[in-house]
Design a protein around this ligand. Structure first.
Ligand code: MN
Length: 236
């Protein structure tokens, strides 16, 4: 194979407890997926099907502790938001799978941040235009190492948290998800054949907010390697 221009390195994420890396094909993200007041809501009568958007695969920023990822404050925004999320790594191929069969596609799980240019997303939403510029941009998807499901078992509960500069910002539990991972995969697989290398960001609990250069973000999901990043000034 002779490329006409220099080829870039395949985006990849380290696999926890191993010297292997998970190559990234596509990044799917789920829209609002946590009930903000789960106890008050009582039941799921108001459930709507999940909706999805995408980020470019090269938006990932792999971070391995004790390292702290450096994420440059992005272009064209003045309202740069954090969204702490459980990330599901897909290791199998499947289309139109049932929720019962969906778990077999899961390779593993990681802690990720769906970084968002909220002002651009909101502006596009108001104008009924695509969200892409609010969600898909350089370094928009920091991610910690992926834990194989063979080690973790299927994840359906456990704390998901984010601190900014040591103060609590987001607090939730995976069990608060409106659509759990198997149902989410089943829905997504109605529209796409899922393939090995796909990542799914599974939505964020309440408490999202803005960050600026100099801020330190520490994200955790129970049982997984934590994710820490620092927002740095944009490159000149
Ligand atoms: Mn999100």
């Amino acid at each position: 194979m002779h490329y006409a221009i220099p080829a870039w390195e395949l985006p990849s994420v380290p696999v926890a407890g191993s010297d292997r890396h998970f190559p990234v094909r596509r990044i799917f993200c789920v829209g609002r997926n946590y009930a903000e007041h789960a106890k008050e809501m009582g039941g799921d009568a108001a459930k709507e099907p999940p909706f999805f958007f995408m980020k470019s695969a090269d938006a990932i920023v792999p971070v391995v502790p004790p390292g702290v990822g450096r994420v440059a404050y992005p272009l064209a925004t003045s309202n740069f938001h954090h969204e702490i999320e459980l990330v599901v790594a897909i290791g199998g191929s499947g289309v139109k799978v049932t929720p019962e069969a969906a778990q077999s596609l899961v390779f593993g799980y990681a802690v990720g941040l769906d970084m968002t240019r909220r002002d651009l997303q909101s502006d596009m939403r108001e104008k009924k235009r695509p969200w892409d510029i609010g969600k898909s941009f350089a370094q928009a998807a920091p991610i910690a190492p992926i834990h194989p499901v063979t080690a973790t078992g299927a994840l359906s509960r456990g704390a998901i948290e984010l601190d900014v500069n040591g103060a609590p910002r987001q607090r939730g539990d995976l069990s608060d998800m409106i659509w759990d991972v198997p149902h989410m995969i089943a829905f997504l697989s109605q529209m796409y054949r899922l393939e090995p290398g796909d990542l799914i960001f599974t939505g964020t609990p309440s408490g999202v907010g803005a960050v600026n250069a100099g801020d330190r973000l520490d994200g955790r999901v129970a049982g997984l390697t934590p994710l820490s990043i620092e927002i740095v000034a944009p490159a000149a």
